[in-house]
Design a protein around this ligand. Structure first.
Ligand code: BG6
Ligand code: MG
Length: 211
C-alpha cells in the first residue's frame, strides 16, 4: 500500500460517544427515542444528514429555522464536551501506527465527515502526520458516497487500489468499498462483515504486512 486514509471520529480519536450524547440530547428535545442502536445509523454521517435521520426515526417534520437551530445547538453542546480533548484521547495503537507508516514512507491522510476535523487534529497534535486532510467542509456528497476518500487519493496522486481506508462506521466502509479502496474496519463489531479486514483496535494492525 502507498497510503493510509483514516476516518477521524471513532478511528483516531474517541469522540464518537460525544457525538452520541449530543445527538441523544437533540433527539430527546424533539421527543424522539435515541439509544446506541439508533446512533449506529448516524456514525460517519454528516451533521445535516444525521438530523434528517433522527427526524425520520421520529416521523417528525420541523421548520428550516428550527432545523438550523438544532444543528447549532448540537454542535455547541458537542464542542463544549470536547474542550479538554488532548493526545490521551487518541485510540489505542494510533500513534504507533502513524509513526511506523511515516518511517516506511507510506503517505497519510484523513477523510472525515466532520466539519470540526482540523480543530480536533490540532487539539490532538497529530496534524503534521498527514499530507492531506479532507473533511466535511470539502465534499459535495457525504459518506456513504466515496467522494471524501477519492478526493484524498487524488490529492496524493494515487489510485484507490493502492490506498487503505480505516473506518469504524458502516457508512464509511460503504464509501471506501464504493471508491475501490481496501476497507479496514476498526473497533465496531457491527461492520465486521462489510470490511475487507477487521480489527478490534489499531494495536492489531501490522504495518509491515501492508507496506
Ligand atoms: C463523523 C461522525 O465523523 O462526523 C459523525 O462519525 C458526525 O457522528 C459527523 O455526525 C459530522 O461531524 P461534525 O463534527 O461536522 O458535526
Ligand atoms: Mg468514524
Amino acid at each position: 500500500m502507498k497510503a493510509f486514509l483514516f476516518d477521524l471520529d471513532g478511528v483516531l480519536v474517541s469522540t464518537e460517544h460525544n457525538h452520541f450524547l449530543a445527538w441523544q440530547r437533540c433527539a430527546h428535545s424533539l421527543g424522539i427515542e435515541f439509544t446506541e442502536k439508533e446512533n449506529e445509523l448516524l456514525k460517519g454521517v454528516s451533521r445535516v444528514d444525521s438530523l434528517k435521520k433522527i427526524l425520520e426515526l421520529g416521523s417528525k417534520t420541523i421548520s428550516d429555522t428550527e432545523f438550523e437551530a438544532l444543528l447549532k445547538s448540537k454542535n455547541d453542546f458537542y464542542l463544549d464536551s470536547i474542550q479538554e480533548l488532548n493526545q490521551s484521547n487518541l485510540l489505542p495503537g494510533v500513534l504507533d501506527l502513524l509513526n511506523q507508516a511515516k518511517e516506511r514512507g507510506i503517505l497519510l491522510g484523513v477523510g472525515s465527515s466532520s466539519k470540526n476535523a482540523n480543530f480536533i487534529l490540532d487539539k490532538l497534535r497529530i496534524r503534521s502526520y498527514f499530507q492531506v486532510v479532507i473533511d466535511g467542509n470539502g465534499v459535495q456528497d457525504p459518506k456513504p458516497h466515496p467522494e471524501v476518500f477519492l478526493n484524498g487519493a487524488k490529492a496524493l496522486g494515487l489510485d484507490p487500489s493502492v490506498c487503505m481506508v480505516f473506518e469504524d462506521a458502516a457508512s464509511g466502509i460503504a464509501a471506501a468499498k464504493a471508491g475501490g479502496f481496501t476497507a479496514v474496519g476498526v473497533g465496531n463489531p457491527n461492520i465486521k462483515d462489510q470490511a475487507d479486514i477487521y480489527l478490534n483496535d489499531l494495536t492489531a494492525f501490522r504495518v509491515e504486512q501492508h507496506a
